[in-house]
Design a protein around this ligand. Sequence first.
Ligand code: IP8
Length: 244
Amino acid sequence: MILIKLGGSVITDKARPLTPRKKAMDAVARVLRKADEPVIIVHGGGSFGHYWSVKYDMHTEPKKYNPRGVATVKNSMIKLDNMVLESLFKNGHSPYCLCPSAFMSGNRASPKGIREAGEIAKSGMTPVTYGDALWHGQKKTYILSGDRIMTHIAKVLRPRLCIFALGEDGLYSDMKSRKLVREAGSMRASISATDMDVTGGMARKVREATAISRGGTRVFFVNGNKPRRIADAIGGKFEGTLFR
Ligand code: IP8
């Protein structure tokens, strides 16, 4: 089983509010179609969810956020998700939309819901879920990152490989030289403040990737705008950053 996160900077133009990158979605969908095993897809918010989360000052911390903000973020994620689903469908997948509340209750993941996603994947459909604004309880909501969802799913389903498709070639040891870290292990990369978004940007991805790899699943950061590299990774050839 492959668990893949389609980063917001791949499926949207992060510099332009509410702008999808449909060609990039199609290219990734085509490559994933060739995978010879079940696939589960998680996607980020990019210039949809993150754009509105910033406008309404919403974060991962549970708080009493503006209800109009919560609704706006959720609606924007549904719109983006719909485009991802259409792209997958058009390219031969049978996507099965799983809004995150199907397997999240407050900020806890339900192993039962996640196991069900695994069964759906094994049945020939492609479960698709995404980062979102979620109910926390006690009048509070929070932003759940797709990166966090990756860890929740990986812990229960232990996929063969986790892939984070990013708008970059992988993790750089420093932003100036953009020297690629080929294997991350326990190293600490310097992560620049410009990589941050409401859910923590690259720093969060590294945290989640480290947690997943400690559980025994290999995690690979790859440039999602170079879909051949995704296909290569599925075949065991890694051009990006590997955590193991
Ligand atoms: O792009 C967050 O998901 P991410 C989605 O995976 C929202 O961090 C709603 C901002």
